[in-house]
Design a protein around this ligand. Sequence first.
Ligand code: ASP
Length: 320
Amino acid sequence: MKHLLSIEDLDRRAIERILDRAASFAEVSGREIKKVPTLRGRTVVNLFYESSTRTSSSFELAAKRLSADVVSVRSAGSSVDKGESLKDTVQTLSAYDPAAIVIRSPNVGAAELVARWSPASVVNAGDGKHEHPTQALLDVYTLRRRLGSLEGTNIWIVGDVLHSRVARSDVIAFKKMGARVTVCGPPTLIPRGVEALGCEVAVTLDRLGEAEVVYALRMQTERMTQAYVPSLREYVATYQIDGRRLHPRQLLMHPGPVNRGVELAGEVIDSPQALIGQQVEAGVVVRMAVLFELLAGGERDGERSREDVPGRERPEPQPA
Ligand code: ASP
C-alpha cells in the first residue's frame, strides 16, 4: 500500500494487520529506550494546516520512534502564512526527498492532491470534514484491546456528526470490524444520506441504553457557518452525555479535544468507563504501525515509484 488517504483503502484484514503491528510496537513503548531502527535515514514531513495537539504530536513521536528524520511544518509561522500554495509548499518540501508526508488540512481532498504532486507516501491526518483514517484505526485498536473483538458490538456515535471526519471514518471502520453502529444527534447535525455508510440514525438519546460503547463528538463550532442548534444550553440539555445518561457498564470514547460541560459532563470524562486517555496512548503505536505499513512493510516494500499516481475515485477538493 502506498498511501493512507481514506479508511476505505483498508479491508478488515489490512486493519487487523496494522493493529497487530501496533500491539507489537506497544512493547517498544514500554522500554526505556523507545526506538527501533526501521526508518533510519528516511525523512517524514508533517504538514499541519489546521490546529492539532494529539495527531501532530503522536505522528511526530511515531516517526521519531521509528528513527526517521522528522520535519514538522505548521501553517502558522511558515510560508503558508505568507500565501504560499499547498502545491508550492509540497514541491519545496519534496526537495528533501521525504519518504512520507503526513498532512492535516481544513480542505476536503487535500491529502489526495498531495499524493498526486509528490512521489512520497501520503497519510491523511484529517481533511476538512471528510476523513481521519488514523483516528479510526486507533479507535478500533482501543476497543479491540478492551473488548477483544468488535463483532456484534453496539456502538453509538453521538453529537455533531455533520462536521465530523472522525464520525465518518469511524462508522466505516467499525462496520468493517463487524460492529453495529448508530449515529445520533440533532437532525440538523446529521448528514443527509449517512445511512448509506451502513449505520442507523437516531435523533434522541431514548435508546442510548442499548449501546455498549458511547462515542461522543465535539461540537465543531469552527466549521459552523450558521446556527445548527437553537442554543448550546438546549443542546446540552438534550444530548450531553452525563452520569445520569451513561450506564456504568457502557464504555465512553471521545476523539478529543473535549468541550468539558458541552458534549460531556465532567463526571463521565473522569470516570473509569472513559477510554479517552487510552485512545491518546494508542495514537503513537497505531501511527508507528501505519508508517511501517507504508514505508517498510506490505507488498510494495522497496518499490517507491515516482510514477505511482493513485487512479481511484476521490471527492474533488473543496473548502471545508
Ligand atoms: N481531533 C479530531 C479531529 O481532528 C476531533 C475534533 O477536532 O473534534 O477531527
